[in-house]
Design a protein around this ligand. Sequence first.
Ligand code: URP
Ligand code: ZN
Ligand code: ZN
Ligand code: ZN
Length: 513
Amino acid sequence: DEIFDYQHRCSVDGTEWEGLGCGTTKLLIKGGTVVNADHQFIGDIYVEDGIIQTMGPNLPVTDDVRVIDASGKFVMPGGIDPHTHLEMPFMGQESCDDFFSGQAAALAGGTTMHIDFALPSDGDLLKGFEIYSKKAKKSCTDYGFHMAVTTWNENVAKDMELLVKEKGINSFKFFLAYKGSLMVTDEQLLQGFKKCKELGALPQVHAENGDAVAEGQSRIFAMGITGPEGHALSRPPVLEGEATARSIRLAKFINTPLYVVHVMSIDAMQEISQARQSGQRVIGEPIVSGLALDDSKLWDADYKIAAQYVMSPPIRSTGHDKALQAALSSGILQLVGTDHAPFNSSQKAQGRHDFRAIPNGVNGIEERMHIVWDVMVNSGKLSPREYVRITSTACAQIFNIHPRKGAILPGSDADIIILNPNATTRISASTHHSRMDTNVYEGWTMKGNIEVTISQGRVVWENGRLHVKRGVGRYIPMAPFSYLFDGLDKLDLEYVSSLKAPVDRSTDALTSI
Ligand code: URP
Ligand code: ZN
Ligand code: ZN
Ligand code: ZN
């Protein structure tokens, strides 16, 4: 991988771990503020064989152990990004980070696991899953998959069952947008929700009304607006609000929990808020671009700059960002993803004369942990513990891999970051590790820096250098029936008993004729 030539050599040939202790498997992280979602303390963590063995004050040190001084720093679970698209074929292009470069970028930014969306191949889920499993063989950190469902038939239902029972899948994404490619109808969505519920798998929705988006695109293009700004104008928040409301109500009708991906607008957030207030189990996932950016760059006179910001649902006008931040701090929204779907400037050039052809997606897998720290913790909106919850623990709980992931506890995987709150971070395409040639956070400067990333008990990021190795990333299977499914059977019974008894008409006038 030529892009790693300027990096430490061991990340290039992938043959051996060397230098700077990157091969060491016994680590003592000393004197840091150890932060979990529910508790923090100052002390040490001992790691061996990729697992956190013990933690506490003043742990003993032996000769063969590498000691990392973390005093004055936060020691936290590695980030888990619930929403990425590596090597994704989409809109005539393939996202430019593969499972190696995207994950190397993730590690450089403190994310030690991600859950990618495997797309079906010609509607075939199992085939799609196998294609993605093969792509992911080059992984340098742990990963899982959600599976997309883009049509409905008996084979889809059968494959869903097999994927859940034998392949470690416990979530399925339904697109209500992308008419003519990925979009499902309400009928297909209902079938999918029913199957998910039966299997204990969490249905996820991309909530935009795809029919209305197509109408909006024709309308805006016909007005002569052909540039990237047309993307935002053609699919306003009302279409996200509508689809969010619809999917929430259909989930209620089926009595299944629901996960709304990339919540980008006040409209969608308020639907989630209202449903949660009424007691419905709806999870809302904002993403970094929605929390930290506004749509102003879409009006930049330079196409290359403007096109970078094209994603769906669109990045909204200023005000939506602040409202999403507030919803995250108040618990209306539960965890932060990125929707990392990187298309470089030559790929984005495909839509130079028609915004409808710009591949949708922004970068973020490398920036998420830093930007969220800045926007939410430096601003005083969240504590470090809450930061751990929204960047790692909540994701692990929702997808049923906690406490293996998302926690610093004896027995948990040693996926750990060390964040220095007093160091400075500056984000730029000239220094990032993704294959992208641009960065939507270009020039972002902030207090707080993730100085060390430990994945599977190995130091993979330190002193601004990566020590990553192809093929060591593991597929993390995720079991069905997470906590979100507890008690659903009782609610089903309550529903049945709430139905008024059917009327016996065997003796009415019509019958006796
Ligand atoms: O623009 C986006 N979000 N691209 C990735 C595909 C999706 O809808 O998540
Ligand atoms: Zn989506
Ligand atoms: Zn996405
Ligand atoms: Zn190394």
